[in-house]
Design a binder for this molecule. Structure first.
Ligand code: SF4
Length: 455
């Protein structure tokens, strides 16, 4: 997970500020670090830091970053530790000039590519896979034009990569040929915006022109926009978890409203696994939209039984088991009068390890619920993700080696049901061959060492 943006703005004083607001609206995609690279046509300036967008940038920094093109990044690490050197954008300088890259995704063949480049004498200053992308691209740009360089890059990389790129004063957005991660393009009075999600376009009043298609680049040069087809895959592999959990519900990805998809997941879940109960409650905030769909379809009353503390920031690792137990209670509390004496249906978007779900069921039981039924708006997660989502190892996934009944017992709920794969596909509205479903099926759309490929 990460969020990326790119901005072209004719008013040089505004560019970094617009990029800031777009990054701010993508904060949910990464909270570890934030950064921005701005080109004034001669030089590319970089500013990066650890923490939230509001912690990394202030008025002074934004005023110093002047130029007509900017790219920005919020990071949630998958390859490379959470440290300043790995914060993005990554900037490299070569004979071709300045190249800054912001990357959302994860390269499966990163170790091989890095070893290859190191054998050629390249020195790496980070251990992030994005630096491999930047190094390769800067080499290609010394000899080829932007389109040819992207074609060569696409041929070399295996994995997921939506990119925003600053090449001197040219702004580029590129989405890999399988379309794992989203990328969209918008226009406004001040210029153009490329961003991971449409909510970032809305944040700065930009009108969404369209999604960048898988295998397509959008290139903004001297204020002129050009869309170029770079590659065409045999199938698509949009990450279905963007719709289930990651993306903001007010975003639209590839023509599908994230809110609408989640709402239909809840409705389909209620059709498939009805339950005799008094109240439907979301596990906040991720289960909210599916819970609304579930309540509407089932005719059960929708009530909030759990309230999330929205101001809990990044929590430190609790050193003791007793304190760890408390960590869920700090983040979430029960509304006792909504729970006491009632049969409660809790709806969440997904279950990863199951530890939080178990604690939530226990909290609701302690508040005198008569029964606690758990409903999940996606199928069981049985396999790890290699494409940019930090989902735990196979051993840590509660559903990787347990039946639904075994998981129910581990959660201590009275019943447990997951949405079927068919119900999920209907909710999202894409065919199986247009999505990545690997963490739900164990079959991967690109070769992953040690894992089963899609036939
Ligand atoms: S494995 Fe799962 S989380 Fe990862 S890209 Fe595929 S659908 Fe998304």
């Amino acid at each position: 997970m990460c969020g990326i943006v790119g901005v072209y703005c004719a008013e040089e004083n505004l560019t970094s500020k617009i990029a800031y607001f777009t990054l701010y609206s993508l904060q949910h995609r990464g909270q570890e670090s934030a950064g921005m690279a701005v080109s004034d046509g001669r030089v590319v300036e970089l500013h990066r830091g650890m923490g939230l967008v509001t912690e990394v940038f202030d008025e002074g920094v934004l005023s110093r970053l002047k130029g007509s093109c900017a790219i920005g990044h919020v990071r949630y690490s998958t390859t490379g530790e959470s440290k300043l050197e790995n914060a993005q954008p990554i900037l490299v300088k070569s004979k071709a000039g300045y190249l800054a890259v912001g990357h959302n995704g994860n390269l499966v063949n990163y170790p091989q590519l890095r070893a290859m480049l190191e054998n050629e004498g390249r020195i790496f200053v980070t251990n992030s896979d994005t630096e491999v992308i930047a190094q390769l691209l800067s080499t290609y740009l010394m000899r080829y034009d932007v389109v040819e360089a992207l074609e060569l890059l696409q041929d070399k990389l295996i994995g997921s990569f939506s990119l925003t790129i600053l090449f001197n004063d040219v702004l580029i957005g590129y989405r890999d040929e399988l379309g794992f991660r989203p990328l969209c393009f918008g226009e406004t009075d001040f210029g153009y915006v490329v961003a991971s999600e449409s909510c970032a376009l809305d944040a700065v009043g930009a009108k969404k022109v369209r999604d960048v298609k898988p295998g397509e680049a959008v290139i903004v040069r001297d204020g002129e926009v050009e869309f170029c087809r770079i590659a065409k895959g045999e199938r698509l592999a949009r990450c279905v978890f963007e719709y289930i959990y990651f993306a903001r519900p007010d975003s639209t990805i590839d023509g599908v409203s994230v809110y609408g998809a989640r709402y239909r997941m809840g409705k389909n879940l209620a059709k498939e696994s009805p339950v005799d109960a008094d109240v439907v409650s979301p596990v906040p905030d991720s289960g909210t939209t599916a819970a609304i769909g579930f309540a509407e379809e089932s005719g059960l009353r929708y009530l909030e039984c759990l309230i999330k503390n929205r101001y809990v920031g990044r929590t430190f690792i609790m050193p003791e088991q007793r304190l760890r137990e408390l960590s869920v209670q700090i983040k979430m509390n029960v509304v006792k009068e909504n729970v006491s004496g009632r049969r409660i249906v809790l709806v969440d978007d997904s279950i990863v390890r199951g530890t939080t779900s178990r604690r939530i069921v226990d909290m609701v039981r302690r508040a005198d619920a008569k029964e606690v039924h758990f409903r999940v708006g996606s199928p069981p997660i049985i396999a790890p993700c290699y494409f940019g989502i930090d989902m735990s190892t196979r051993e840590e996934l509660i559903a990787s080696n347990r039946t639904v009944e075994e998981i129910r017992r581990a959660l201590n709920s009275d019943s447990l049901s997951y949405l079927s794969l068919e119900g999920l596909l209907k909710a999202v509205g894409f065919k199986e061959c247009e999505l990545c479903l690997a963490c739900l099926t164990g079959r991967y759309p690109v070769p992953v060492p040690g894992e089963e490929p899609l036939s």
